[in-house]
Design a protein around this ligand. Structure first.
Ligand code: UDP
Length: 236
C-alpha cells in the first residue's frame, strides 16, 4: 500500500553518472527505471524532475567564461537530455511516460502546463518535467519545488546518495549527526544543506514536505512509499 497518492521525485543529474566521471551510466539509469516501475505498479501518480549536473551547470560554465544565462540554458538542455534518457529507460521497462518541457521544443517533449501534467498522470503516465523552471538563475531543486506544488503532490521525494539530512557530510566527517525528522525552520536556522534555499523556502511557505533518502540503494524508493523510515522528513 502506498502512503502517497501523488509524488514529485527529484533526482540529481550527478547520481546518473554512477561510478563514471561524466554523462549517464546505463546501469544506474536502469536501476532508477525499475525502481520507478515498482511504485508505478502500486498506483502512485509520479512526477519526476531530473537535474543536469552530470552534463553541464551554468555556474561552472560562468567560471570558465560562458555567459551565465547561456550557461544556464545549456544546463536546462542538459536536464532535457537526462529526461529523454530516463523516458527511454522507462519505456523499455514498459512504463508509459511523457516528457514535458518548460521551454517549447516539440517534438522533443510536450510543452508543460499543470493541467496537462495532472491529466497525463491520472491516465497512468509517469511525467518527467524537464528544462527546470525554464528560467536561468534557478536550479532543478527550485524546479522540483515548483512542479511539486503545481501538481499538488503529497510530498517531494529527494533521491540522493546519502540516506538523509546530516549536520555535515557523512562521507567526510565521522562525527556527522543524522536527523530522522526536522522542520524547515531548523534547516534554515542551522544552514543545513538539503537543497537550495529558494527551494526550501518555497516548500516551507506552501507546506510541501520533503523526504530525503538514498535512491542509489535499489529497493529504497518502494520502502519510502510503503512508509519505512529510511530517510529524513523535512516539514513544517
Ligand atoms: N538550470 C536553470 N534553471 C532551472 C533549472 C536548471 O538555469 O530552472 C540550469 C542551471 O545552470 C543548473 C543546470 O541547469 O546548474 C543543471 O541543474 P542542476 O544544477 O539543478 O542539476 P543537479 O545538481 O540536480 O544535477
Amino acid at each position: 500500500m502506498s502512503r502517497f497518492k501523488r509524488i514529485l521525485l527529484k533526482l540529481s543529474g550527478e547520481s546518473l553518472m554512477g561510478n563514471q566521471q561524466y554523462g549517464i551510466d546505463p546501469k544506474r539509469l536502469g536501476d532508477y527505471a525499475r525502481q520507478i516501475k515498482e511504485i508505478h505498479e502500486m498506483g502512485v501518480q509520479i512526477g519526476i524532475v531530473i537535474g543536469g549536473g552530470n552534463i553541464f551547470r551554468g555556474v561552472s560554465g560562468a567560471q570558465k567564461g560562458f555567459d551565465r544565462v547561456k550557461g544556464d540554458q545549456m544546463g536546462m538542455l542538459a536536464t532535457v537530455i537526462n529526461s529523454l534518457a530516463l523516458s527511454s529507460a522507462l519505456a523499455a521497462e514498459g512504463v508509459k511516460n511523457k516528457v514535458l518541457t518548460a521551454i517549447r521544443m516539440e517534438p522533443i517533449g510536450e510543452f508543460y502546463t499543470k493541467w496537462h501534467a495532472i491529466e497525463a498522470m491520472e491516465q497512468g503516465n509517469v511525467c518527467i518535467f524537464s528544462a527546470g523552471t525554464g528560467s536561468p538563475y534557478f536550479t532543478t531543486d527550485t524546479g522540483s519545488s515548483l512542479r511539486g506544488l503545481e501538481i499538488e503532490a503529497d510530498v517531494m521525494l529527494k533521491g540522493t546518495r546519502v540516506d538523509g539530512v546530516y549536520t555535515a557530510d557523512p562521507e567526510k566527517d565521522p562525527e556527522a549527526v543524522k536527523f530522522t525528522d526536522i522542520t524547515y525552520d531548523e534547516v534554515l536556522a542551522r544552514g543545513l544543506k538539503v537543497m537550495d534555499l529558494t527551494a526550501i523556502c518555497m516548500c516551507n511557505d506552501n507546506n510541501l514536505p520533503i523526504y530525503v533518502f538514498n535512491m542509489d540503494v535499489v529497493g529504497n524508493l518502494k520502502k519510502v512509499i510503503e512508509g519505512e523510515e529510511i530517510g529524513t522528513l523535512v516539514h513544517h
